[in-house]
Design a binder for this molecule. Sequence first.
Ligand code: HEM
Length: 529
Amino acid sequence: MVNDTAILEAPPAASNKALSIAFLFATYLAFLGLRSALNRLQSKSDGLPFPPGPKGLPLIGNVLDMPRKNPFVKYTEWAEIYGDIVGLKILGKPMVILNTYQAAKEILDKQSLIFSSRPRLPLVDMNSDWGSFLLLLPYGSQFQTSRRFMNSAVNPGAVREVQSVIQEQARTLLYRILKSPEFHQHNLLMQGAIILKIAYGHEVLDHDDHWIQVSEKATRCMEDLGNVGGHPVDLFPTILGKLPLWVWGKKTKRTLEGVKQSGIDMHIRPYEVVKEKHAKGLAHPSMTTRLIDENMQYDGTVSNAHDIAWSAGAVYGGGSDTTTTSLDFFVMAMMLYPEVQKKAQEQLDKLLQHDRLPTFEDMENLPYITALMKETLRWRPIVPAGFPHLSTQDAMYNNMHLPSGTIVLWNAWSILHDPEQYSHPEEFYPEHFLVPSEKQPLDPEDVAFGFGRRVCPGRHLARTSLWIAMASLLTLFEISCPIDEEGDPIKPETNYIDGVVSHPKPFKSVFKPRSEGYLKVLMEEREAK
Ligand code: HEM
C-alpha cells in the first residue's frame, strides 16, 4: 500500500519558491472560501445538517485539527463529544469519520454504490501511472475490471487451490527461522513468495530475488515521496498542477521520476516477462498467464493488457506488507502473552501428538488457532484509522446530509476496542471468540478488511496464510522475548509506527524449538524434497 495518507496530514510547509505561488495560493483560498460558503448553503438546501464536528477555521476548516500521529486516538475523543459520525471540512472538502460498526455498515456497505470511490492523488496521478493501482482507482469501469481480475486469483476457491503452496511456504518459514533468527525478514519473504507465485508463477528462493528487490525499491520510492496526498499540488491541483516540476526542487523531481519508474518495474516488466515466457510455453501457470489466455485476440494481441499488468501488481502491492505486518503483531502478542501461547500449544499437541505438523485439514479441530488469528486482527488492526472512501452522490445517514464528494474514514481501532463488544478490549484475549455462537462479538474480519465494494479482495488469502503460519510457528517453537544483561525480558513496544499500513516498531524475538518430535518431522520433510 502507498505509505501515507492523503487527508490525515496537514500540508507540509509551502516551498519558498516564488511570490507568484503565494499569489496563486491566496487566489485559491479566496476561491475556496466562496466554494465552502456555497457548500454550506447547498448542504442546508434540503434541510438536513452535515454531521457535527470540531468547528475549524475559516477557509482552511479543520486542517489544523487533523492529528499527525495515531489519528484514531483523536477520532475516538471526537466520537465521545460528537457521536458515532464526526463531520470535518478540509480546505472546503467534506470528510466524515465513522466511529461505530453500525455507522460504517449503514454508510459503506448498505450505500456502497455511492461510497466506493477514492480521493485522487493529483501529484502521483500527473507524474506516473500509479493511479491505475487498484487501491487508488476511482469507482468506474477500470476499477471493476481490475477487481474482477484480482478476484479471479484470490477468491475463496482460487485460494483453496493454492493451499499447498501456502503450506509449503509456512514450512519454509520454520526452516529459515531455524537457520537464522530474523523473523521479520523471513516473514516478508514468505508472503512475497506466496504472492509472486500466484500473480506470476514465479518461485522466490531468497532475499536477493529480483522481483522482491524491485518491490522493495518501489516501497522506498513511495516513502521518499513522504506525505502522499499532502503536497501543495494535491491540495491545489487546478492551479499548482500546471507549474513545471522543477518548481518543487530537484529532489522532488528525482523522487517523482523514481515513482514513475517503479510503477513500470513493478507492473509492466513482470507482465512482459511472463507474456514472453508464456508465448514460448515456458511460464508456470499463474493469474497473469490465465488472464493473458482469457484476453488473447485472434491477431495475437492481448486486450486489457494494461489492466492485467496492474491487477497482478496489485496482488503484490496490496498483499505483502499487510499480511507480514499482521504476522509480526502476532509474534509480538505471543511474546507478551505466554499463557495464551501455552494454551494454543496444548491444543496443537493434543491433536498432533508431536509426530506431525499442522495442515489445513486440521482447521476445524484447532479453534484456538482461528481465535488467535481473529484476535490478532482485532488487537492490532494494521489499518487502524481506515482507508478513505469517496462518495459520488449526495446521501443521508440518520437525518444528516453527506454531500457528494465526502471523504469517509472508519475508525477501526475504536470499533475493535469497543468494551461493549469485547470483554478485554486492551488485552490479547482469544477467548473473545471462543464463546457460544449467540454470544459471539463482532467478527474483526468484518472491520479489519474494510467495507462495501472496496473490501479487501485479498482477505481470503490473508486469513489462509495467517492461519497456517500461526499454527506452524506455535507447533515448532516457543516464542519469547530476548533477555537483557540483567536477566530481564526485552519487551517489544506495542505502539504503531504511523502509515496507512501501521507497523510495529522493529523488535527482536527468540524462537526455541520446543519438541524433538516436531523438529524431526520438519527435517524429514525437507530432506524428502
Ligand atoms: C492481514 C492482511 C490484510 C489486511 C488487514 C488488509 C486490509 C485492507 C484494507 C483495510 C483495505 C481497504 C478496504 C476499504 O477501503 O474498504 C484493503 C484493500 C486492499 N487490499 Fe488488503 N489487507 C490484507 C491483505 C491483503 C492481501 C493478501 C492482498 C492481495 C492478495 C490485498 C490486496 C488489497 C487490495 C488490492 C486492496 C484495494 C482494494 C480496492 O481499493 O478496491 N490485501 N486491504
